[in-house]
Design a protein around this ligand. Sequence first.
Ligand code: IMP
Ligand code: MG
Length: 176
Amino acid sequence: MEKVREYLSQQEVESKIDELAARINQDYAGKALHLLCILKGSTFFMVELAKRLTIPVTIDFIQASSYANGMVSAGNVRIKLDLQESIENRDVLVIEDIIDTGYTLSCLLELLQARKPASLKLCTLLDKPSRRVITVNVDYTGFQIPDLFVVGYGLDYAQRYRNLPYIGVVDIVAGE
Ligand code: IMP
Ligand code: MG
């Protein structure tokens, strides 16, 4: 069995989201921002961030599959669910929960860039830079973390724990 221990408290996560939102409000002042939420993991982060944005905001969803299995990510990304609206000539901010190898994001960003947004930036709640295989330019980062498998705040382990209001680390407990 596995156990989850708290790594970043709800308060730590939410005050970081306050900071990110303040930067985004400043950087996009006078503009309208189109948020692209990457399903499913980024939903919790996107909602909390969006609630703190004071500029005009619209939201769309995209789901990519990296054929990930449990804790392992494969370098093979496809679109499971596409956006509903065009992003052409819009200021787009991609909202991601965590960047690990970078495979998912590098494929997705390339695909989105081809649709000619006015601008395309990336905001991630968590980043594991030591795991990076492909370079990804991140514009807004919540926390850089070491090579840990984390859950909660939208992040899952085999689809579980997304609803935890904090970020936890999964420990595998032998013999349980
Ligand atoms: P990448 O393509 O390797 O960067 O993988 C990114 C995706 O892998 C994320 O969007 C998550 O769905 C998943 N992932 C990577 N690390 C973790 C983790 O520590 N906990 C939960 N999911 C993770
Ligand atoms: Mg996942």
